[in-house]
Ligand binder design. Structure first.
Ligand code: ZN
Length: 94
């Protein structure tokens, strides 16, 4: 998600409390996205109804606790959350 404070914005992981250490002005949104992606973060469009199931298998479906996806059309994951592709499913395999 994106936290906003006093005209600054900061990327925060959707699935854990991690946040990108830098804050950016609203005008620097594109720079912020480029920076966090360069740092290994995953930012991708959630597209609740338009995307059938192309990336859902890779990154897992949105957890049921995040049932309000309309407010945040993008998903944001820190490097560690983005790397463990499907956390919920690994338990199911064991
Ligand atoms: Zn995370």
């Amino acid at each position: 998600m994106i936290e906003r404070h006093e005209g600054r914005q900061q990327i925060v992981c959707d699935t854990c409390p991690a946040s990108f250490p830098k804050t950016y002005a609203d005008a620097d949104f594109a720079i912020m996205v480029a920076d966090v992606k360069a740092a290994g973060w995953s930012i991708r469009k959630a597209l609740p109804d338009a995307a059938p199931r192309d990336t859902a298998d890779l990154f897992g479906k949105a957890p049921s606790v995040a049932g309000k996806a309309q407010a945040q059309p993008y998903t944001h994951k820190c490097p560690s959350c983005a790397s463990e592709a499907i956390p919920g499913r690994q338990e199911g395999l064991l």
